[in-house]
Ligand binder design. Structure first.
Ligand SMILES: *[C@@H]1O[C@H](CO)[C@@H](O)[C@H](O)[C@H]1NC(C)=O
Ligand SMILES: *[C@@H]1O[C@H](CO)[C@@H](O)[C@H](O)[C@H]1NC(C)=O
Ligand SMILES: *[C@@H]1O[C@H](CO)[C@@H](O)[C@H](O)[C@H]1NC(C)=O
Ligand SMILES: *[C@@H]1O[C@H](CO)[C@@H](O)[C@H](O)[C@H]1NC(C)=O
Ligand SMILES: *[C@@H]1O[C@H](CO)[C@@H](O)[C@H](O)[C@H]1NC(C)=O
Ligand SMILES: *[C@@H]1O[C@H](CO)[C@@H](O)[C@H](O)[C@H]1NC(C)=O
Ligand SMILES: *[C@@H]1O[C@H](CO)[C@@H](O)[C@H](O)[C@H]1NC(C)=O
Ligand SMILES: *[C@@H]1O[C@H](CO)[C@@H](O)[C@H](O)[C@H]1NC(C)=O
Ligand SMILES: *[C@@H]1O[C@H](CO)[C@@H](O)[C@H](O)[C@H]1NC(C)=O
Ligand SMILES: *[C@@H]1O[C@H](CO)[C@@H](O)[C@H](O)[C@H]1NC(C)=O
Length: 692
């Protein structure tokens, strides 16, 4: 741990004065999470110029698809062409992925479609393009028609085969307008840039548990249950109380869902770091944990060292690190399964303790910076794994910029298609998504999705725009950043720390020059010297884009915090589609009716939340803070006296009854000894995040 209090601040200021910051990057995103490409000239069929999600080959494919429909030169043909070409729109990611269900046509701007949940007025779109599509095309037979209900099903050769009226058609395929996603308006993507942001006065929290956890995962069955895991190696199944019920988490700490504390090396930055449930868990029972092990203690802790001869790294030259031998510690992703002896996996209240398979094992060069979060993308279904640079100060071996290593990367693997035997480089058992960056650039290791991270500490997908993945990356001594992750993107570390150039202390692994990379700047973040926490250090904790209606004034804003819980922020892209995030300091306090009273910080107006380790999101899209002192949930701002012009509402999603015999909320954390152990673990985790 090296808080580097004063030097950090001084350095940051000096650097700021001397060097211009990097260029920003706008939040355009294609359907496959890549940035639109700069194209030469304009596309001959779809006509886009400047940047587009299509190249000439894609454009020719769209042209061929359109020609097969034999409606060229008709009014409906013009419309269908516009719709087919929307995939070339630089905002295709937003137009097509407004929900997790895959769409064959983009969201069509509509005034008759679903109105905004946040507004009492009907949504105001720029035009009623959707009705125009219906009126023009409803009776036209379109061979190979792209029109189908977003939930899948057969395509309709004629719109009237599937829908009876413009209203029905537009409630299926229309939307957009005020407070909704961008939509296709007949030209390009329409944003409501003038949408007035609701004023944000503060975030109100209630404390519903007092255990300390690193991960929360919503139960994939959509019920009001979540899984929580602690750093020591236990996973618990908990019931979330209804908003406003005054109840606490239903969790029985004496009966974990899974206990792998014997496998887990738990110390400082080591432990059970990640937890992810397969989207089909309710029927297939598959789930995954990411943890660290010590090969001197466990026979199953055996994998390749991330530093190896494939790219000229010699483990013997790594140097001593806290007395550990190189790659003594490993990062593991292991698959487990629900104990479904008594019924379906959705009903299971425990896991089978026998590991099903080892997905990945990666030997760590040093004892710090190895992230470890795993999560499934709601957009593409693949598993993402956030891996740090592997440690030591300033990434001396330049791992994060080395496209061939798995360190300092966001990795993307396919755990649905299991190869027989080893994959690519012997890291484990999984397959490679066919459109990973290595498919077009062989200089990438096959698993790599994005590069240039120091210690990504908490990534999330925006549940309102599932192709948008945000990752916070812990800084060194000056800047904490939030990145919008794009396929093949380079997020700069250790050439840059956030927007600032970084000069490493030692460079045995060589340098990468700033001019040789196209580093993407963070979309949000903060300078260490902007955080007034009396410790002089800082460590970012990435959160979620808030999509619950419980606090309408937070809706659509990305929430993040500093470990020390003195500062939190909310950022919203404004104007929409601009790539510019308007970040505001987020005031917070604790609800007077919190089921477990919050601690009061001496001499401060702030509640003493403990150290913030992570955020969580449940099936109702409610957001949680996981801290050293417990589990806090965002509640109606009125409970803290924060004004918001739109009334809080609680949609039904979380109230669906749990199908299994989940522990009742009467059974609570009740073993003081176990709790004390959890708290100790929490403090150890804290040290890890601070270490630079
Ligand atoms: C763009 O196209 C023109 C004409 O086809 C060609 O001369 C030029 O080299 C191209 N530029 C790039 C960067 O591909
Ligand atoms: C793109 O097209 C627009 C309008 O069609 C035109 O004004 C603009 O100059 C073009 N840009 C480039 C880079 O070709
Ligand atoms: C065009 O882009 C597609 C992916 O969208 C890619 O597979 C193809 O190789 C690209 N073609 C050219 C000529 O760049
Ligand atoms: C295309 O449509 C025209 C009339 O609109 C028809 O005469 C022609 O046979 C069609 N061609 C094909 C290949 O379906
Ligand atoms: C944008 O949203 C505002 C507020 O909801 C609405 O009054 C306005 O008509 C919308 N503008 C467009 C162009 O959709
Ligand atoms: C944790 O919360 C429960 C109420 O849910 C309470 O009974 C217990 O005393 C608390 N334990 C600690 C250590 O605060
Ligand atoms: C699995 O479930 C069965 C039936 O509920 C139970 O008897 C058994 O003890 C469970 N196994 C584990 C390892 O929890
Ligand atoms: C997988 O790869 C590792 C490292 O290259 C090797 O030790 C192991 O024997 C391989 N296993 C199989 C089943 O091929
Ligand atoms: C890397 O760059 C730094 C200056 O930024 C320099 O001091 C160092 O010698 C370089 N290392 C190598 C291996 O070139
Ligand atoms: C940024 O947010 C603040 C506070 O919510 C608001 O007053 C301001 O208008 C916003 N600026 C932009 C450009 O959206």
């Amino acid at each position: 741990m090296r808080p580097s209090t004063v030097t950090g601040a001084v350095l940051a200021t000096a650097v700021l004065l001397l060097v211009a910051v990097r260029d920003g990057h706008c939040a355009q995103l294609c359907m496959d999470s890549s940035f639109p490409r700069t194209i030469n000239g304009s596309l001959s069929f779809c006509g886009y110029n400047g940047t587009s999600c299509c190249n000439a080959t894609d454009d020719a494919a769209v042209q061929k698809q359109f020609a097969a429909m034999n409606i060229s030169g008709t009014p409906c043909g013009d419309i269908v062409k516009n719709i087919l070409c929307a995939r070339c729109n630089p905002y295709a990611g937003e137009l097509f992925t407004v929900t997790t269900t895959s769409r064959t046509v983009p969201l069509l701007c509509s005034t008759t479609g679903v109105s905004s949940r946040l507004s009492t007025k009907p949504a105001a779109a720029t035009t009623d393009y959707c009705s125009q599509v219906w009126d023009t095309c409803k009776d036209v037979r379109i061979p190979g028609s792209p029109f189908q209900a977003p939930k899948g099903g057969a395509a309709a050769p004629k719109l009237t085969d599937l829908w009876q009226s413009a209203g029905e058609f537009c409630s299926a395929l229309g939307g957009g307008g005020a407070a909704k996603s961008p939509c296709l308006d007949g030209g390009g993507a329409a944003f409501n840039a003038t949408r007035p942001a609701l004023p944000l006065n503060g975030m109100c929290l209630e404390r519903i548990g007092n255990g300390s956890y690193l991960n929360m995962a919503a139960h994939p069955d959509g019920s009001n249950r979540v899984f929580l895991s602690n750093q020591a190696g236990k996973v618990f199944l908990a019931t979330v109380p209804a908003q406003g019920s005054g109840k606490t988490l239903g969790i029985d700490v004496a009966s974990p869902f899974l206990d792998i504390t014997d496998e887990v090396h738990f110390d400082n930055e080591f432990g059970l770091m990640g937890l992810a449930f397969h989207p089909g868990f309710a029927t297939n029972g598959r789930f995954f944990v990411s943890y660290n092990c010590d090969k001197t203690q466990s026979a199953s802790c055996a994998g390749r060292c991330a530093c190896n001869s494939d790219f000229g790294c010699d483990p013997a030259k790594l140097g001593a690190d806290n007395g550990a031998q190189p790659c003594q510690y490993q990062s593991v992703i292991a698959e487990y399964t629900a104990n479904a002896t008594s019924g379906t996996p959705a009903k299971a209240t425990s896991a089978n303790p026998v590991e099903v398979r080892r997905i990945m094992t990666l030997g760590l060069p040093f004892t710090t910076h190895h992230g470890g979060q795993i999560l499934f993308s709601p957009a593409d279904g693949y598993m993402y794994f956030a891996m740090g640079d592997g440690g030591s100060v300033g990434d001396p071996w330049n791992f994060a910029q080395n496209k061939k290593t798995l360190l300092g990367k966001i990795l993307r693997i396919d755990v649905n298609t299991m190869p027989s035997g080893n994959t690519t480089a012997g890291w484990g058992s999984y397959s490679i998504p066919k459109d990973n960056p290595s498919s077009t650039d062989s200089s990438f290791a096959p698993e790599v999705f994005a590069i240039g991270f120091k210690n990504p500490w908490r990534c999330s997908f925006d549940s309102g725009k599932p192709s948008y993945m945000y990752c916070a990356d812990v800084g060194q001594a000056a800047y904490e950043e939030v990145d919008l992750i794009t396929k093949g993107g380079n997020y700069g570390w250790r050439v840059f720390e956030g927007p600032l150039p970084y000069t490493p202390l030692s460079t045995p692994g060589g340098n990468t020059s700033a001019a040789s990379i196209n580093a993407i700047s963070p979309v949000m973040g903060y300078h260490h010297n902007a955080v007034n926490n009396n410790v002089g250090s800082a460590s970012i904790i990435g959160g979620y884009v808030y999509r619950s209606t419980v606090d309408p004034c937070l809706n659509g804003r990305y929430l993040y915090a500093d470990l020390y819980a003195k500062s939190m922020w909310a950022g919203a892209e404004s104007p929409e589609g601009s790539g510019v995030y308007n970040v505001t300091d987020l005031k917070f306090s604790c609800s007077k009716s919190s089921p477990i009273p919050c601690d009061v910080a001496a001499g401060s107006a702030l509640p003493s939340l403990g150290y913030i380790f992570s955020f969580g999101e449940d099936n109702a899209r409610d957001v949680y803070l996981l801290t050293s002192k417990g589990v806090y949930r965002v509640v109606d701002p009125a409970q803290c006296g924060y004004a918001c012009p739109v009334k809080s509402s609680t949609p039904g999603a979380s109230s669906s009854p749990s199908p299994g015999a989940a522990p009742s909320s009467a059974v609570r954390a009740r073993a003081p000894a176990a709790l004390a152990a959890l708290m100790a673990g929490a403090l150890l985790a804290l040290l890890s995040l601070m270490s630079v």
